[in-house]
Design a protein around this ligand. Sequence first.
Ligand SMILES: [Zn+2]
Length: 131
Amino acid sequence: MAGGPRSRVPIVLGHEGAGVVEAVGAGVRTLAPGDHVVLTFDSCGLCDRCRAGSPSYCREFTVRNFSGGRPDGSSALSQGEQRIYGHYFGQSSFATYAIARENECDQGATGCAARSPWPVRLWGPKRAQAP
Ligand SMILES: [Zn+2]
């Protein structure tokens, strides 16, 4: 992470969020449009710590959550030709729309934003009702 965090601007922040899934990628198996989710941090799911059930200690935690981009250095965000840093906590949920990996979308009550006996749908924004 050359240059330190102050060199990564402009950036979209937002470390945890809640919302409704608008679309999913081809490889997504457990989510569908309309699902209510809570967003949490990113982890690789492959390292020894992730496989031991401790994704918050993932060996790639810093690069996946604080580098301002994807682990390969790219960013999903731009404005014209200008790069916009993001992927903060893996998803930058302060934006109107967030892009998150499947493992960051929690429908249960296991994410650190959802440690509650209440259903996740109660934490997300209320869906607009058709007139
Ligand atoms: Zn990991």
